[in-house]
Ligand binder design. Structure first.
Ligand code: AP5
Length: 217
């Protein structure tokens, strides 16, 4: 299964990616997570990406595409992959199509997580992420037993820089202007399916797996 997840910031892409990738036995590749790892490690790429992440702008296509192309060459993607946060605009989608075509491959399906902006703001204002294992929590909707400590690995939880209210608003604008056109782009290929991304996490996972099973060979 070669799958792309599309949806606004806070739609639950990262949350659902973990369950969907686990179900289909494929790696989940998040460009946001890859950039944040580079920032944390202080690499040149991380230094360049940091100023875009902190303001909610997209990192320039050339940097992003090179990073993804390298990741798609890793052996663990041979049996498929889930892309979370890439492509993020039509030019990135066109390059992804070409990268796959060069490898004799194509996307099986693009899953859109549909959600209202007000819900996104509630979700992002309470998000906490584990520094150790990357698990995503929420102070109200999915709290840990001890505040600030990951139930899974005991790691420290942190608030993402780009979850400040002003930056969240800007990320939503960037989504509307640059990323939402991908929905029409992929609808035209006949590979787009949308699901409602509200309600309990496990209900959304079940909904997603149900529609995705229809795209397995
Ligand atoms: P990225 O990390 O991709 O951020 P995003 O797309 O804005 O998405 P988020 O990670 O904020 O949200 P999510 O949909 O994963 O939601 P989550 O599962 O965490 O990108 C960050 C930045 O990197 C970009 O701004 C850009 O600068 C750069 N970048 C990345 N890709 C790029 C690209 N291709 N090109 C250029 N630049 C790029 O859930 C959110 C919260 O809600 C959590 O607390 C969770 O616990 C909670 N939650 C989840 N589901 C539910 C539910 N059903 N009910 C209640 N709460 C829920």
């Amino acid at each position: 299964m070669r799958l792309v997840l599309v949806g606004p910031p806070g739609a639950g892409k990262g949350t659902q990616a973990a369950f969907i990738a686990d179900h289909f036995g494929i790696p989940s590749i998040s460009t946001g997570d890859l950039f944040r790892s580079h920032v944390a490690a202080g690499t040149d790429l991380g230094k360049e990406a940091k100023r875009y992440l902190s303001t909610g702008e997209l990192v320039p296509d050339e940097i992003t595409i090179n990073m993804v192309a390298g990741r798609l060459d890793d052996r663990d993607t041979v049996g498929g992959f889930l892309l979370d946060g890439f492509p993020r605009n039509v030019p990135q989608a066109e390059v992804l199509g070409r990268l796959l075509k060069d490898r004799g491959l194509e996307l099986d399906v693009v899953l859109e997580l549909v959600i209202e902006p007000e819900e996104v703001i509630r979700r992002l204002s309470g998000r906490r992420t584990c520094r150790g294992c990357g698990k995503i929590w929420h102070i109200e909707f999915d709290p840990t037993a001890r505040p600030g400590v990951c139930d899974r690995c005991g790691g420290e939880l942190y608030v993402r820089d780009d979850d400040q209210p002003e930056t969240v608003r800007h990320r939503l604008e960037v989504y509307t202007e640059q990323t939402a056109p991908l929905v029409d782009y992929y609808a035209a290929t006949g590979r787009l399916v949308g699901i409602q991304a509200t309600g309990p996490v496990e209900d959304i996972t079940a909904r997603a797996i149900d529609v995705l099973e229809g795209f397995t060979e």
